[in-house]
Design a binder for this molecule. Structure first.
Ligand SMILES: [Zn+2]
Length: 465
């Protein structure tokens, strides 16, 4: 499919271009190195400032925005074109945006790594965890983290930072704590990389930025399109209502509620909803165990960066109610304490990694809990095909058993799925964000499967035209 030409704002044409690698600039180019025709593995190389005498003596500056790995069934080879960059910019701390940093450093990169302070903390926790899962030794991980830290340069939001020959400005992206859209500008061109965009009105986080300077057009917007083909259609109130019903049912059965959790973002959103339901008196306060060391570390990072929260959460804090902490919240750090939870009676909630049940402490809880009708397993995120999480959902429909870690386990537990907790904007929210950018000329879609990118290009064109 070719680019869709539409007119808006100042009546200049805007091209919305799906899955295309190279996008020219007056003084360089934008080149997508990853997530071109898939969701994960975000990595974009931007060359700017070429042929302009000044700080760089006319040599173009080469910036790598994000350095992610492919996840699930998606694949990518590390692109050689990433080897010669002068600087790295990270939009947020998810693995599909940072997971290839160890490889980049292995290949000799010694330049600066720019990100917001919260993103750098989350990146450190997440990289430490992923290297551990790849069975890298303790000392080697320590050496990597030292090296990584020596290259990092924390930068705040909404200030243009001079990178020598170009400026970098971070803007709120509302996706997870510290997430940012990155704006890069020279005297001759201007590029905005959306990073991952959150939903407007998400708990804890501010909405994605919609205020931009208007003194220059934007030549290329590199934009995520994960949900470019759909509307979430599930409001905040709907989520709260569904969660309330599921928990009331479990409490009446004195059941344990096992929640396979994604450590970064989703766990904290869930705590916010639980706290809110209790505060409003809609469910009684029951014990909640956070049984994921990484989830705990990230939750502590959220707590340290409270100043980034949205107004609603800051007001809550000002009134003495911490949205991420409550009386009956238990932090489970050691593996043997995790096992002790098996003997505790319900009702209680156990939040444990990993989100798709591919490993982590949730496996022990599932083995114990799935054969019992005194268990509810509550999925709070998408379960990819072939994962144990998906198999549990299927077994619940068909009746039967699943294999977990080489053991056949009967499924008698109640299986529920909470919809709408996505950390990604849907197509309407994506368009709302795009429309706020004054004088955008070209949109390079990425970070979405081919169908989602093409659907968004077509739909957005029809809305803007
Ligand atoms: Zn993300």
């Amino acid at each position: 499919m070719g680019p869709r030409l539409v007119y808006f704002r100042d009546m200049a044409a805007i091209d919305i271009v799906p899955h295309t690698e190279v996008h020219p600039l007056a003084d360089g180019e934008v080149r997508l190195l990853g997530a071109v025709r898939q969701v994960t593995g975000a990595m974009t190389r931007i060359e700017m400032g070429g042929g302009t005498p000044g700080a760089t003596g006319g040599r173009a500056r080469r910036i790598l925005v994000d350095c992610g790995v492919a996840q699930g069934r998606e694949r990518m080879d590390f692109p050689e074109a990433a080897d010669d960059v002068d600087a790295v910019v990270l939009t947020h701390g998810h693995q599909d945006h940072i997971g290839n940093i160890p490889t980049l450093l292995d290949r000799g990169y010694e330049g600066p790594i720019y990100a917001t302070p919260a993103t750098l903390e989350i990146a450190k926790i997440s990289l430490e965890d992923s290297l551990g899962m790849q069975r890298m030794g303790y000392r080697e991980i320590g050496r990597f983290l030292e090296h990584f830290k020596s290259l990092t340069r924390p930068l705040g939001y909404e200030r243009a930072h001079d990178l020598g020959g170009l400026t970098l400005t971070f803007h709120e992206a509302g996706h997870i704590l510290g997430s940012a859209s990155a704006e890069l500008a020279t005297s001759r061109s201007r590029v905005i990389c959306s990073g991952d965009l959150g939903r407007s009105g998400s708990p804890l986080l501010k909405d994605p930025n919609t205020t931009w300077r208007t003194d220059a057009p934007v030549d290329v917007v590199v934009m995520e399109s994960t949900y470019g083909s759909r509307d979430h259609g599930h409001s905040h109130g709907d989520i709260e209502h569904d969660l309330e019903e599921i928990l009331k049912d479990a409490i009446a059965r004195k059941a344990k509620v096992l929640i396979p959790a994604f450590a970064i973002g989703r766990t904290q959103t869930l705590l916010w909803f639980l706290n809110n339901l209790v505060e409003q008196g809609r469910i009684p306060e029951i014990p909640v165990a956070i049984d994921t060391p990484m989830g705990l570390a990230i939750t502590e990072t959220y707590a340290r960066f409270k100043q980034l929260f949205d107004k609603e959460s800051l007001d809550q804090l000002a009134h003495g109610d911490d949205p991420l902490d409550f009386e009956e919240l238990f932090r489970v750090r050691r593996g043997r304490d995790s096992q002790k939870l098996h003997d505790r009676p319900g009702p209680m909630i156990i939040i444990a990694g990993s989100g798709m049940c591919t490993g982590g402490r949730i496996i022990g809880h599932l083995r114990e809990g799935l054969p019992s009708d005194r268990t509810t397993v509550l999925f709070v995120g998408y379960q990819a095909e072939g994962t144990p999480g998906r198999r549990i959902q299927e077994a619940a429909r068909a009746g039967g058993s699943v294999w977990l870690d080489g053991e056949e386990v009967q499924v008698r537990a109640r299986i529920a799925t909470l919809k709408g907790l996505s950390a990604h904007a849907d197509r309407g929210e994506l368009l709302h964000w795009l429309k706020a950018i004054p004088g955008a000329r070209r949109v390079a879609l990425h970070h979405g499967d081919v169908e989602a990118q093409e659907a968004f290009a077509g739909w957005a064109a029809s809305q803007l035209g």
